[in-house]
Design a binder for this molecule. Structure first.
Ligand SMILES: O=P(O)(O)OC[C@H]1O[C@H](OP(=O)(O)OP(=O)(O)O)[C@H](O)[C@@H]1O
Ligand SMILES: O=c1cc[nH]c(=O)[nH]1
Length: 399
């Protein structure tokens, strides 16, 4: 039995992070037990910290450390301090990248590290105090330019780019710099026009192409959690390296799945995850299964699946796993259609331990990827605390 939580840490059985960052998708199935490194990048005030906080919240029982690229700012010399308004804090050279690489590689090999402490008001590093960061299962490395340096990228198992509207970012930046960093609005705007915006265009935006996941609308976008679940699930299917010649004649090395994939959504709520699947796998075939449930009883009402489904790896989608009866009936149907149990991954957002137990006991070779394992079920088989009636809330049919 293997339960893998893509982004939540309550249970990590089956968690086998990869030792090197694959091209894409990320493969969590490589043999070593190295920490899993998540890179979070994006422009100034895009919501990176919020995204990191959401990830940490989800990884509640897992040892997670957050390391910020800001800690690696070089302290300014006296000369630079005299002309601080001419200093470009958004250029890659403003950071001590060698020290960042060394720190991340020590953490990645399971060692504790001392991270510098940087003072944004004085533009100086503390000379004698460091933050001790212990070895952990998951390391989050956050910063505007964490995808810029290839050695840093290569240590990351998953790269997330947080996108946000430039106007929103500027407004947030003005608020942050005037309230928290003792600056006046005029100097913030001047710095934005002279350094922040050009550096975003020259260095940060071009690094977006390295991201495995792009989260639109910053940390306000709770929906993107389904993208992370889908992307994580894809990492469990076997793939091989493939080279293609691009229209400019360059050779690009990527990956292709060993077998064709398809999605299957359990109507209705499962359909809410289809966009995330399509965003990751353009043009993927998606079958449908409708199951009526009444108490403990379930009945298959409708199914429409790709004819060659037995030849494919299947991503079965349903955001809520309650008793597990609906998922079990859907999985049984897929197996009857000739899909080997081990070729099915069940993608889920909210699960009850009772449902996981039911599905994993009946189908020990299937994988479940979920973003949250909740406390349990109430006497009406509702997930507690859960989300209430997911389908009604998502489709707007609640009162
Ligand atoms: O694990 P179980 O106890 O079988 O319950 C889980 C099922 O309940 C929800 O669907 P629901 O029946 O509420 O239908 P809907 O998606 O159409 O809202 C959910 O999307 C699952 O399909
Ligand atoms: O809590 C629950 C249980 C089943 N279906 C839901 O949408 N929510």
């Amino acid at each position: 039995m293997e339960i893998i939580e893509g982004v939540s840490g309550a249970h990590f059985s089956g968690w086998r992070p990869s030792s090197t960052a694959p091209t894409s998708p990320s493969s969590p199935t490589a043999p070593s037990q190295q920490p899993f490194v998540i890179g979070v990048s994006g422009g100034t005030a895009s919501g990176k910290t919020t995204v990191c906080e959401l990830i940490i919240q989800q990884l509640q029982d897992c040892r997670v450390v957050l390391v910020c690229q800001d800690s690696f700012y070089r302290g300014l010399t006296n000369e630079e301090l005299k002309h601080v308004h001419k200093y470009n804090f958004d250029h890659p050279d403003a950071f001590d990248t060698e020290q960042l690489v060394e720190t991340l590689s020590k953490l990645k090999s399971g060692h504790s590290v001392q991270v510098p402490i940087y003072d944004f008001k004085l533009h100086q590093r503390s000379s004698d105090i460091f933050r001790l960061v212990n070895a952990s299962e998951v390391i989050i490395m956050e910063g505007i330019l964490v995808f810029h340096e290839q050695r840093v990228r290569d240590m990351m198992n998953m790269k997330i780019f947080v996108d946000a509207d430039p106007d929103v970012r500027l407004a947030r930046r003005i608020k942050r710099d005037t309230v928290d960093r003792g600056r006046d609005v005029h100097s913030v705007l001047e710095q934005y026009a002279k350094f922040v915006k050009p550096a975003f265009e020259d260095f940060i935006l071009p690094s977006k192409k390295y991201a495995d996941i792009i989260i639109p609308r910053g940390g306000d976008n709770g929906v993107a959690i389904d993208l992370i679940v889908v992307e994580h699930g894809l990492g469990y299917f076997p793939f091989k390296e493939k080279q293609i010649i691009t229209p400019t004649g360059a050779t690009y090395t990527g990956v292709e799945f060993c077998k064709q994939l398809c999605g299957v959504s359990i109507i209705r709520s499962g359909e809410s995850m289809e966009n995330a699947l399509r965003a990751c796998c353009k043009g993927i075939k998606i079958g449908k299964i409708l199951i009526h449930r009444q108490g403990e009883e379930t009945q298959l009402i409708y199914e429409k699946l790709p004819n060659d489904i037995s030849e494919r790896h299947v991503l079965l989608m349903d955001p809520v796993l309650s008793t597990g009866n609906t998922a079990s009936q859907a999985i049984e149907l897929l197996i009857n259609k000739g899909v080997p149990e081990a070729n099915i991954i069940f993608l889920n957002l909210i699960s009850a331990p009772e449902g996981i137990n039911c599905v994993c006991t009946r189908f020990p070779h299937l994988k479940i990827i979920t973003s949250e394992i909740e406390e349990g079920l109430n006497d009406q088989c509702r997930v507690i605390p859960g989300l209430g009636e997911f389908g009604d809330r998502y489709f707007g049919t609640d009162d």
